[in-house]
Write a protein that binds this ligand. Sequence first.
Ligand code: C6P
Length: 405
Amino acid sequence: MLDLQAIRQDFPILHQEVNGQPLVYLDNAASSQKPVQVIDAIADYYRKDNANVHRGVHRLSQRATDAYEASREKVRNFVNAQSDKEVVFVRGATEAINLVAQSFVRPNLNAGDEILISHMEHHANIVPWQMLCEQTGAKLNVIPMNLEGELDLSTFDELLTDKTKVLAVGHVSNALGTVNPIKDMISKAHSKDIPVLIDGAQAVPHMEVDVQDLDCDFYVFSGHKMFAPTGIGALYGKQDLLEAMPPWQGGGDMILSVSFEHTQYNELPYKFEAGTPHIAGAIGLGAAIDYMQDLGITNLANHEHDLLVAATEKVSAMDGVRIIGTAKEKASVLSFMIEGVHPHDVGTIFDQQGVAIRTGHHCAQPVMQFFGIPATARASFAFYNTMEEVDALVLGIKKVQELFA
Ligand code: C6P
């Protein structure tokens, strides 16, 4: 059991009023809040240790390097990678997908080759692949989905062809909350020697992830959705694949030696970390991992599951509300439409009541196109949310309905 009162004390931002009402923060899928443990780790770094990493022999640089590399080890442990060499710090999920697209897939991609994604991907897992197709003449194929918001895998076998150069699929959909059966999908793709990238941006805040058990080739995520700062995230990649890939960006820190005749690249993972990294961000990410692991990720997941089940039951029972995304396996996200009201109006009325939700297409426009809607209102839970906040969501919907009656 989680001590929610104590946990909420760790999140200073939650204790404020918005429009004269206590803040109810239900926009965690867009970005989650940060506990004092993370804020303090960043502040302490700037107060005591700030210096560049991997460069100086002086004490501050050594301390900054130690803290940065200690965070890498925490990320390794967090996703159960085999080695620190398999953990590359990046700006976030978006940058990691672009890195894999350009460095892993592009060198082996020819006109007529295929890239397979799903209909429920975030734009970050669509556009980099489209750009690659434009650059090479490759073709983008899409796994369809059904009205519940689950992947329709009836044609999956046929979509995995001898031309498929990568399968890139989300672990959890940000617009629908669907948890995809990625382990089976990875195994099927591998049976045809197709490498797999998993976009875990919406999964890591809500469940244990074990990249060795999944056997994915790449797994990407952003820190800011898992209680860490913005501008930091991680790319996990199998070591042999990362070794074989060319660097993506060139610059300082990613080299062993440079001359005008020849540059020798650094070893993993530094080969992929050109330039001064987001040191404070990485340290904050490490602190967020410590925080989640101290509470127990399964405990967090169980509490969030209870919130989502309660919210789903209550909202389903309301007239004039349609839930978008009713998959059997879901995490954190409740997307909905209120009859006769544009989601943006829903968001504004919620804000007047101090309730923060996201409204819009959630950077998943193909999902909106599939359901024939412009946008949804989306509540997304984190472990610090309470059952009272689920009730605030229900009250918010009632208020919208009253105002638009
Ligand atoms: N989704 C949301 O409100 P970045 O921007 O790189 O940190 O994350 C991109 C991204 C990739 N994949 C998925 C599944 C995501 O949900 C996101 C970010 C936010 O849903 C902001 S658009």
